[in-house]
Design a protein. Structure first.
Lengths: 113, 115
């Protein structure tokens, strides 16, 4: 039962263009959403998050959009850089801090110079 | 300085053996976690500990036993290893439960291969 779905296993984008990574979820109790970035042989690192009371959160080149009615969120990276090449995990949880994070399977982003 | 460190990085062992993976964090965090990334690439929570107390145990077999001697350490012991235990195991920590996994820091992972 996949509560968090990242339907694109991979994505290739040219340097300088926009990368859009998508994520869908099924559990309406999810209230907090996060994106993690993972390089090979390293653990995931927190990138950006958004709570359900917002529909957009921006941090530098990274913006996360949340469409709660569609149970959909997306991560935009503008402009994309070769160093952004990594696996991006979408994750979600309820508001309570001791609710475990549920992760998607990840999308491998390749930014081509 | 590594914030969350796991040892060993790679572990190859035979079925039926007992093994441990160690995790230490030097961030002063109260909450630590173990996650498992299986062959299908899903990252799933196994356990979380807050101030050495077990908070979450996500239907993990009894063969898996976390041990937290202090707030900075959460070790994972696995008895009678099975082929299906082969995975990458990630340790993580966050400041406290109120932050949950908002700003969790992950270790580099331990790739366990059971043969």
């Amino acid at each position: 039962d996949q509560q968090v779905k990242q339907n694109s296993p991979s994505l290739s984008v040219q340097e300088g263009r926009i990368s859009i990574l998508n994520c869908d979820y099924t559990n309406s109790m999810f209230d907090y959403f996060l994106w993690y970035k993972k390089y090979p042989a390293e653990g995931p690192t927190f990138l950006i998050s958004i709570s359900s009371i917002k529909d957009k959160n921006e941090d530098g080149r990274f913006t996360v959009f949340l469409n709660k009615s569609a149970k959909h969120l997306s991560l935009h990276i503008v402009p994309s850089q070769p160093g952004d090449s990594a696996v991006y995990f979408c994750a979600a949880r309820g508001l309570s801090g001791n609710t475990p994070l549920v992760f998607g399977k990840g999308t491998r982003l390749s930014v081509i110079a | 300085d590594t914030a969350v460190s796991q040892t060993p990085k790679y572990l190859v062992t035979q079925m039926g053996n007992d093994k441990s993976i160690k995790c230490e964090q030097n961030l002063g965090h109260d909450t630590m976690y173990w996650y498992k990334q299986d062959s299908k690439k899903f990252l799933k929570i196994m356990f979380s500990y807050n101030n050495k107390e077990l908070i979450i145990n996500e239907t993990v077999p009894n063969r898996f036993s976390p041990k937290s001697p202090d707030k900075a350490h959460l070790n994972l012991h696995i008895n009678s290893l099975e082929l299906g235990d082969s995975a990458v195991y990630f340790c993580a920590s966050s400041q406290d439960l109120s932050q949950g996994m908002r700003k969790a820091f992950f270790g580099q992972g331990t790739r366990l291969t059971v043969v």
